[in-house]
Design a protein around this ligand. Structure first.
Ligand SMILES: [Zn+2]
Ligand SMILES: [Zn+2]
Ligand SMILES: [Zn+2]
Length: 139
């Protein structure tokens, strides 16, 4: 998980400061587990206004500090990003979210761009399944 220091330098590199409310919200997010909803942050940070929470989530998302993960019921949750381009694995049993990256996958997208003539700006891939812990529990 991204440390406060690395988040502070990521903000600074784009000309933003880790203000007291931003620091408070990041600390709240670190305590909320591997993913959370905007309302979870609002509830856990009663001293920070709702509008500030949403504005901060948007900023942190734009800077790649927070990413969105679409859960298997279609709801979008937030997550502190591990840094760098990555995709998510979502466990359908316990709801755990983890990250993976794949050069092969990104190469496939280059190939799709070549074949279709698209300039690909963004893509999203979430993988749903059963995590190793839940598989071990199931025996
Ligand atoms: Zn992510
Ligand atoms: Zn699981
Ligand atoms: Zn990708």
């Amino acid at each position: 998980m991204a440390s406060i220091d690395s988040i502070e330098s990521a903000l600074a590199s784009e000309g933003f400061r880790l203000t007291a409310p931003r620091r408070a919200l990041v600390e709240v997010m670190q305590g909320l587990g591997d993913h959370f909803m905007a309302d979870d942050v609002v509830e856990a940070a009663p001293a920070v206004g709702r509008a500030t929470v949403f504005r901060t989530l948007r900023l942190l998302q734009d800077l790649g500090i927070v990413c969105q993960v679409v859960l298997d019921d279609g709801t979008a949750a937030y997550r502190l990003a591990s840094g760098g381009h990555h995709h998510h694995l979502v466990c359908s049993e316990c709801g755990a979210v983890s990250d993976f990256a794949s050069g092969d996958l990104e190469g496939l997208l280059d190939d799709i761009a070549r074949r279709t003539g698209y300039r690909v700006d963004a893509h999203r891939l979430e993988v749903y399944g059963v995590c190793p812990d839940c598989r071990a529990r199931e025996g």
